[in-house]
Design a binder for this molecule. Sequence first.
Ligand code: DC
Length: 440
Amino acid sequence: MKKEKQKQVIHPIYTVAMDGPVGAGKSTVAEAVAKRLNILHLDTGAMYRCLALYLIRKGVEISDEKAVMAELSGFELSISYVNGRQINRVGGEDVGALIRTPEVGMGASRVSAYAGVREYLLKTQREMAKGQSLLLDGRDIGTVVLPDANVKIYITAKPEVRAKRRYDENRQKGIDDSYEKVLEDLIKRDKQDTERPVAPLKQAEDAILVDTSEMSFNEVVDCIADKCALAVEKLIPRERNWKYVVMRIGAFFVDHICAKVTILHGERLSSAQPAIIVANHLSMADPFLIGGRCRYNIRFLGKEELYKNPIIGAFLRGLESIPVKRHKTDMASMRACVGALKDGRVLGIFPEGTRHSKGMLQEAETGTAMIALRSKVPVIPVLIERKYRWFTHNYVYVGTPLEYADICEKGISTEGAEEFMERLREKYPDMKKRLDKERA
Ligand code: DC
């Protein structure tokens, strides 16, 4: 009788609440974090802005709560996504940059103080967070809209830093308010947002505070995406299969008894499904280490020769490893990899095809890039730096993923695949630098 296929663990559905004051960089950070986590992002501020634009255009007095409430029934807001980007439509019209002016921002802040307006928009916000993973950014997401969100982030920065950022953004958009005016507006809006009686802006008790005053944009994105990945990792049950259990015991042995291994940012290994995990290759123990930390059962690629040994071959097949002919185009293996990714699996590849102790990713064949480009999945790079000598302390560093959207300009072509591999290799010196910094 045919053995029943093992039930596969599916990436969990979760919500991320990101709140913070004006100019903290929330929307841009939220967009980048959502892209990294491969989930949708709902900019709830845009919803208030759409309403403000609608009212301004209709000539409604925004300070008149009754008049504002009377207009809600005619306000048709629709939110859709194109390539992961939120498109806001009012009465069918894409309002794009029209809602990003200081006048609309101030109007949004004022209408957002009305309980009826908040209740009206809250329904849509909660509805969108049902049945799909979603990152919402706003002022009251962690406190009112989604008090049970899986991850809560409160992002802020000093008023002067936020004003400077907003001032620079305005200049790029051709808005030439002085820095002093921007700072004054910002302080006024902070006051309006934090002192309003309904759903005021405040940090939820269980929110993680991220002060971005001294951080670069990439540092903020990495920091928040890692916090989310760590929280989400806890929601992922381990996939079961006794051969993987053996593998994890092997990892434990290497990690705790043979040589102490610290995996930095191991949470990134389980942050996406499907995904490809790529690593430089030092020893036969490498798959044990990576496989032991990832919540998903990784399907590693193994050189065809390994399967000739009946015991090793049987073990590798049990791990659903995929045999590959090295140094030539192996279409069967390529198809198996693309198929596995289509089924939502995580692949593990040592693209250099051989072991070495140079510490970085060396020149490698482009097969990995072809698989990634065809499957449109994130590629998570891993730097393995250790000697596996008894009682030594060694490190593995998991890098931030290469996203398909950032590497697909040249399409599925030899040129595109070569550039992909180059971008992948370029990540390693930076990962090494970060590893040295974090270990210190
Ligand atoms: O984030 P933003 O600047 O686009 O938001 C515009 C206004 O909307 C802001 O001043 C406060 C309000 N807002 C809110 O009250 N609650 C939210 N969840 C999002 C925005």
